[in-house]
Design a protein around this ligand. Structure first.
Ligand SMILES: Cc1cc2nc3c(=O)[nH]c(=O)nc-3n(C[C@H](O)[C@H](O)[C@H](O)COP(=O)(O)O)c2cc1C
Ligand code: SF4
Length: 626
């Protein structure tokens, strides 16, 4: 993962920013997390927050305290884009660079910040006061352009609001004061709602309508784990994180594994550009989510759970910690939950640090284990051997919320909604060129055209269903249904009008995948770079008819040979637009010169991938020794 700075090998002092960091302070941070190597991400996040970088000597101290090697610590520190080996500014401004933000004017906002702070994107000021950078989707596409200022989120930025924010920061006001002068006096929930609108446009029957408190958990406490699993199976609930695996089966597999411990993990990584429905559930229905996790714990016999929150949603940390604490006080977490002997379960919050791949469940587990967020080889599956080698249920935020409602209202109630194969309701996060971006909770089975009418997106020329790794469809497919069997989506629906350049969107999505590949396997690490370069060739009007075959062949190879779901879906922007927008490609193709293809410079094509993987070229680097 490229975090845009050098590793600083050879520097021996523990200097972060301007001040040396005493070893005792680093040791105290490690001790705070029990010197546990599995809490490495928490340790390094704390070091980063406090000293604005993770200096080489700091890593030595962390390694000594946790019993790891320096290389292992550096492997984690250099993987996540919110951790930095070079000093960051006291105030780090991360402008969301998603395609929706681009189309909403983020570059004008960036120019204002550059002008006011005297910095270019990617730079840190000499006095260490400010860093300014772009970051991929921060989950605010319904209120773009958006930015993170340290842990604070700014939305609906304009050049004017950006200027006053920059001037206020320069005048010494804190990021929190940009939100409210009374920030400190606000509750965690009020703070979150001051920063971010939830834009609930349509509340459905299951999740966003009235929800009685802990009725599902009360029911679960009176029945056996097997009965809980049967109820979830009969409801037809399928995972809402994208893959759509049957939730009841997943829980049954985990429950049937004999092991000393079981774990339940909530995937709140929500990194797919254009998806923001989990953000809304985390803000509006945090109790329902924890209720669902607790029910899952009873079903599979887990005593420990982890709520993995993406680093971009750090503004929700206090709110969630408060909810966990409140539930402990009320006997809804901890020992003998609801007075049931032996029903013990508690949850820790694990904050991510800016890595899309950590949404993939194997990578998510690696990240929870304090490792770089690399996917794991399957099998074994997490339900057999997951977190620390124990059977683990990983479910999406929305899936856990649904499970709690099913226990309360019954499997038949849920099963009756939606369509054959896609039961219940789904949260759609709709953004882009429409009048009413936001959250729509609808039963499965609506067509894209019906959804567009609801959101004021009738002018759409293209709709990206399921984010970049999903499908881009044209008008002639707007009759298709939003279901697992037709157009599946983890939630993202991005609307584009006829003025948008489809190839620009495709190139952007491929650049996103190039940036976010974990780099473990060659087809994904290198192949996505090739695809992006090939799309650039089309955009420049330099492509031949043969390049269409090249795009298809290369996409097929990446899909077939990649190790995880990332590489198996990353060519989708190319493949789905080739299929659904063929004229976009043919319009920019120039005829072959006697059927001979332009030469292709393989070394420059893989240059980007090589930098990401921190590998040198054996042709160009004379001192290459690997
Ligand atoms: C590259 C990649 C990114 C993913 N990102 C997420 C994510 O942000 N949130 C999520 O719930 N699932 C994500 N998934 C799916 C998870 O791997 C996993 O299937 C899911 O968390 C299981 O929960 P569910 O069955 O409730 O959907 C991602 C998968 C891949 C391949
Ligand atoms: S497919 Fe991509 S993201 Fe997945 S393991 Fe390979 S390099 Fe990493």
């Amino acid at each position: 993962m490229d975090n845009g700075h050098k590793t600083g090998n050879g520097v021996s002092t523990a200097i972060c920013g301007t001040a040396p960091v005493p070893a005792e302070e680093i040791e105290a941070i490690c001790a705070q997390f029990g010197n546990d190597k599995h809490r490495m991400l928490d340790i390094l996040r704390e070091v980063q927050d406090r000293y604005r970088c993770i200096a080489p000597a700091t890593m030595d101290h962390v390694a000594a305290a946790t019993g790891l090697t320096r290389i292992e610590v550096e492997g984690v520190a250099s993987f996540y884009s919110f951790l930095s080996l070079a000093p960051k500014g006291k105030v780090t401004i991360r402008l969301c660079d998603d395609i929706v933000d681009r189309f909403s004017g983020v570059s004008e906002v960036a120019c204002v910040f550059e002008e006011e702070l005297g910095l270019k994107i990617g730079e840190t000021s000499n006095d260490g006061a400010f860093s300014l950078e772009y970051t991929p989707c921060i989950g605010m596409c319904d209120q773009a352009p958006a930015a993170m200022v340290n842990d604070i989120v700014l939305t609906k930025l304009t050049p004017e609001t950006a200027r006053s924010a920059a001037q206020a920061l320069k005048a010494g006001r804190s990021a929190e004061q940009l939100i409210s002068e009374r920030f400190e006096a606000l509750t965690p929930s009020e703070r979150a709602l001051h920063m971010v609108d939830n834009n609930i446009r349509h509340a459905g029957e299951v999740l966003l309508g009235p929800v009685p408190e802990d009725a599902g958990l009360a029911k679960a406490a009176t029945i056996t784990p097997t009965q809980i699993i049967s109820a979830i199976e009969e409801s037809g609930l399928r995972g809402c994180g994208g893959a759509g695996f049957t939730t009841g089966r997943k829980w049954r597999f985990a429950a049937s594994e004999r092991a000393e411990k079981h774990f339940v993990i909530c995937n709140a990584d929500e990194g797919e550009p254009g998806t923001f429905k989990d953000r809304v559930l985390l803000t509006e229905r945090p109790h329902l989510l924890i209720e669902g996790m607790t029910i899952a714990a009873r079903a599979v016999g887990a005593r420990e759970g982890i709520l993995y929150l993406r680093g971009e949603y750090v503004y929700l940390r206090e709110l969630l910690l408060q909810v966990l604490e409140e539930r402990r006080r009320r006997g809804l977490l901890g020992k003998d939950i609801l007075g049931v002997k032996g029903f013990d379960f508690d949850i820790r919050l694990q904050l991510g640090a800016g890595a899309y791949i950590c949404g993939e469940e194997g990578a998510l587990i690696s990240s929870c284990e304090g490792l770089p967020g690399e996917p794991k080889t399957r099998p074994p599956f997490p339900v057999n051997r997951g977190y620390l080698g124990y059977p683990t249920v990983v479910n999406n935020v929305e899936t856990f919320c649904h499970a709690a409602r099913i226990l309360d209202k019954g499997a038949a109630w849920f099963n009756a909604m939606g369509t054959e194969g896609s039961h219940g309701t789904k949260l759609f996060s709709v953004c882009g060129d429409c009048l009413n971006p936001g959250i729509y909770e609808l039963p499965y089975g609506h067509t894209v055209r019906e959804l567009l009418a609801m959101v004021g997106g009738e002018d759409a020329a293209a709709v990206q269903v399921g984010g970049p790794s999903g499908t881009m469809i044209a008008r002639d497919s707007f009759h298709r249904k939003l279901t697992f069997d037709d157009l599946a989506t983890g939630g993202a629906v991005i609307v584009f009008n006829g003025e948008r350049n489809v190839l620009e969107i495709v190139e952007y999505y491929m650049s996103f995948f190039v940036h976010e590949s974990c780099g473990y396997c060659t087809p994904c690490r290198v192949g996505n770079v090739f695809l992006q370069k090939a799309i650039q060739k089309f955009r420049k009007g330099l492509a031949n008819p043969e390049d269409i075959d090249y795009l298809k062949d290369l996409s097929g190879t990446i899909i077939e040979t990649s190790r995880c779901g990332f590489g198996m879906t990353s060519p989708n922007p190319v493949l789905t637009t080739l299929k659904n927008f063929p004229l976009v490609y043919s319009a920019v193709i120039k005829p072959s010169k006697d059927g001979i293809r332009d030469t292709f410079d393989i070394q420059s094509a893989i240059d980007g991938a090589r930098k990401i993987a921190k590998r040198r070229s054996y042709i160009f680097d004379k001192d290459f020794t690997q």
